[in-house]
Design a protein around this ligand. Structure first.
Ligand code: IMP
Length: 194
């Protein structure tokens, strides 16, 4: 039985990965399972760099093959912002962050509000180069928030194919189509080769 450290404190993320990695014969551990309290700082300028920093940092701390992900929102008209700064965009959190994003896009017309959620997963193991998996979900930044599901920017992220914001989608559907799910499926094919 092989162990894989999922470098997160979030039990929800472990559940999402467990569903997608089902049948691989992996035992998934989280940082809390292993009692790892150190934080590897996300000082990178890209999602890849941050995912690599975390995967290699927690591999060094645990000795276990490690998966780390980094994700965020990229808005085309903002030059890809908030990007790696998504969690602390505008120096605010929660609903104030949605308002901050709307303020940045006040005069931007609907057809120029293209955005995408991005997820990069890094997989690190001893003595081998770190490998990467990518996922993206395209959408449009809404003019006002709608819906109560999900987290982060979900209430402002409108999906053309569903005519709903991500916060209006059932959680199971989000977990099938999300940037994280896409990257996790690609990570699964990498893990199958290990
Ligand atoms: P993390 O990589 O999971 O730490 O996510 C970084 C930030 O990106 C979060 O704090 C959110 O602001 C944003 N983000 C990432 N994924 C999602 C998502 O699925 N919905 C909404 N916001 C997201």
């Amino acid at each position: 039985m092989h162990e894989l450290l999922i470098a997160t404190h979030n039990p929800g993320k472990r559940r999402e990965f467990a569903a997608i990695f089902d049948g691989l014969g992996l035992t998934l551990r989280t940082l809390d399972d292993l009692g790892i309290r150190e934080d590897v700082e996300e000082t990178g300028a890209t999602f890849e760099q941050n995912a690599r920093l975390k995967a290699e940092g927690y591999l060094a701390l645990s000795g276990l093959p490690t998966l780390a992900d980094d994700s965020g929102l990229e808005v085309a008209v903002l030059g890809g912002a908030p990007g790696v700064y998504s969690a602390r965009y505008g120096g605010v959190q929660g609903p104030a962050q949605l308002q901050y994003l709307l303020d940045q896009m006040q005069d931007v017309p609907w057809h120029q509000r293209l955005a995408r959620f991005v997820c990069v997963i890094a997989l690190a193991r001893p003595g081998q180069p770190t490998q990467f998996a990518h996922g993206a979900l395209p959408g449009v930044i809404e003019l006002a928030p709608r819906g109560s599901g999900g987290f982060g920017y979900d209430p402002l992220f409108y999906l053309l194919d569903y005519d709903q914001t991500v916060a209006e989608l059932p959680a199971e559907l989000k977990n099938q189509i999300s940037h994280r799910a896409e990257a996790a499926r690609m990570a699964r094919t990498i893990l199958e080769q290990w």
